[in-house]
Design a protein around this ligand. Sequence first.
Ligand code: GTP
Ligand code: SPV
Ligand code: MN
Length: 618
Amino acid sequence: MKLSEIKHAGLVKWVNEVAALTTPDEVVVCTGSKAEYDGLIEGMVKSGLATRLNPEKKPGSVLFRSDPSDVARVEKRTYISCAKQEDAGPTNNWIDPVELKATMTGLYKGCMKGRKMYVIVFSMGPVGSAFSKIGVEITDSEYVVCNMIIMTRVGTKVIENLGTDGYFVPCLHSVGKPLAAGEADNGVWPCAPMEHKYIAHFTDDKVIWSYGSGYGGNALLGKKCLALRIASVLARDEGWLAEHMLILKITNPEGKVKYITAAFPSACGKTNLAMLIPTIEGWKVETLSDDIAWLRYGKDGRLYAMSVETGFFGVAPGTSAKSNPNALAAASKNTIFTNVALTEDKDIWWEGIGYDAPGTVIDWHGNPWTQDKANKEQAPAAHPNSRFTAPAEQCPCVAKEWNDPKGVPVSAILFGGRRPSTIPLVHMSRSWTHGTFLGSIVGSEVTAAALDVASGIRRDPMAMKPFIGYNAGDYFQHWLDVGAAAKDQSLLPKIFYVNWFRKTQDGKWLWPGYGDNSRVLKWVFECCDGTAKTVDTPIGIMPTVDAIDRPEGVSEEDMKALLSVDVEGWKKELEDVRKNHYPEFGDKMPKALWDVLDDVEARLDKASKPRRCCHCCK
Ligand code: GTP
Ligand code: SPV
Ligand code: MN
C-alpha cells in the first residue's frame, strides 16, 4: 500500500518527517495480508536471518537467532520520560524529554539507510471497539512487522477505522543498523550496541521511541510499551486498569462459567495458567489472553477484562506436551521461533520440551550442541528467554469470546510470583483494599525475561514494576480508586495471592503446578460462589487442608506445608515491606496500604504470642 492512499493528514505528516530523518530507501505501508507476511519471511530467509523449518513438522514456520546482546527486554535502557521526574517515580529510569529526544534524534538520523521503512497501523483490542487503542509503529525491521502481524490487528481495516483524524499512539522503532550501499544483513541479527539502546516512553505526549533492539517487548511496541506503559497512563486518566494479566474462562462440571485474570511477573506462568488442562474431572479452562488485560466497569457495575493481543509471544523452554500441550498446538504451524535450538531435520528443540535432544542440534548461537546430561553446568541449547510467536486462533483452547469488544466480567483476580518459601499456595484477601495490598507486595525470584536485573527476590507490585508508566505510588492509589468507584463493592472481583513455586529444603517443587493448578482455581471458583471451605488466618482467608484435592505425589504433610501460615516467615516478609519496599514510594504510598500492613502485622503478632496455659493466666 502507498502512503498517498492514507487519508489521515497527521499520520502522513509524521511518516514523512520520520522518513526525512531516518532516510530509508523506501516507505512501505503494511496491509497485514498473508501475501505481505509471506513475502517478508521469504526476504529474511534469503538474507540469512530466518531458517525455514521442516514443512511437514512445522508448516509455515521459521527460526530466528538474535544477537547475544539482544535476547530480552533491557530494563536499564527503558525510560519513562516526562517533564517532572516525580511523575516517573522511583521504579522507572528517567531522562528529561528534551534531552532524550535530542539524543535519540541524533541516533535516528540516517539510521534506516539501506533499509525499508514499514508503517504498521495496528489496533490493540478489536478494531472499532470503543475500548481499543490504535498505534502506528514505524520500523525498519521485517522481523518486527511479521511479529506484529501475528500479535496485533494490522492493516487496511485499522487504517480505515483511523479515518482522517482518529487518535493514534506514534511508535517509532529502528534496529539502529543502517546498511551501506550493496550491504545486506547476511545472517547477522541487526541491532545497536547496548549503550545506544533506548526504549523511551514520552508519557506527557504519549509517544514511544525505541532504538537499537529488535527483540520482543523492546521492539514489538504494541505490547509492553503501548498496551502497558502508555496504556497505564491513559487508564489512570480515564479511570480503568491496564494490567500484565492473563484472562481465562473456567467452566465447572455443571456448566457454570467464571472469568479469572492473573498477574504474575514475566516468565512466572501466565501462558501456562491461561492454557491449562485441568486434572480434575469435569472442569474446563479456556484462554482469552496470556499476557495483557485491560479492565473497566461495564454498565452492570462489574469489572470487565478485554484481551488486546491476537497472538502469544510465549516462553519456549519448559513448554512440553505434558506441561502445556495447548501452547505446543498453537505453535505447531505458522509460528516464528526465536533463539530455540534447531534439529538436524529442521524441527525445533528446547530444554524441557519433554524429550532428549535428537542427536546434535544447532544451539541458539548457531553452533553444534550435543546434550550432556551428566554435565549440570552445560549451557542450554535454547536461550532461557527463547520464545514462540503464535496466532491465538491456532490455540485449541482459545475461548469463543476472546475477541469480544466488551470483554468478559471478572470474578477473581490472582496475584503471584516465584517464591520458594513463605508464601502459601493460595490465600484470599478480605477486601479490595487488602487485595491491592497483596498485589503491592508481590515479590518474585528474578527470571530470564529481562536481561539486566540482579538475581534474588525482587518486589514486583502487581507484576507491573517494569511496566507502570508513571509513579508507582500513584498507581497503587489508582487501584484503590478503581475499587472505591465500584457501584456495589460486592460486584468487585475477589483478589487472591497464589504461589505455585514453593520448594522443599532440598530444592524440589512442593507443588506439581501446571494442570494441577486447576485444583486451586476450583477453590477460587468456590470462594466466588461462597461455597468454599475456608479458614480465617492472620494473612487472609485460606482453604482448609481438605478443601483442595491433593494431586498425585503430594503428601498430606506437603499439603499442610503449602497451606499453613509461616508466621515467622511472614513477619520477616512484612518487615522487609515496611523497611525497604513501601518507603521507596515516600509520600505517594497510600495510607490505606500502610494501614493494611499494620493490621496484618498485628494479627501475626497475636498469632505468635505464646498461648496461655489455663484460665488462671488470663
Ligand atoms: P511472560 O511471557 O514473560 O510474561 O511469561 P509468563 O508469565 O507467561 O510465563 P510462562 O507461562 O511462559 O512460564 C514461564 C516458565 O515458568 C516456563 O518455563 C514454565 O514451564 C514455568 N511454569 C509455568 N507454570 C508453572 C507451574 O505451575 N509450576 C512450575 N514449577 N513452573 C511453571
Ligand atoms: C515479558 O517479559 O513479560 C514478556 C515478553 O511477555 S516481552 O514481550 O519481551 O516483554
Ligand atoms: Mn509478559
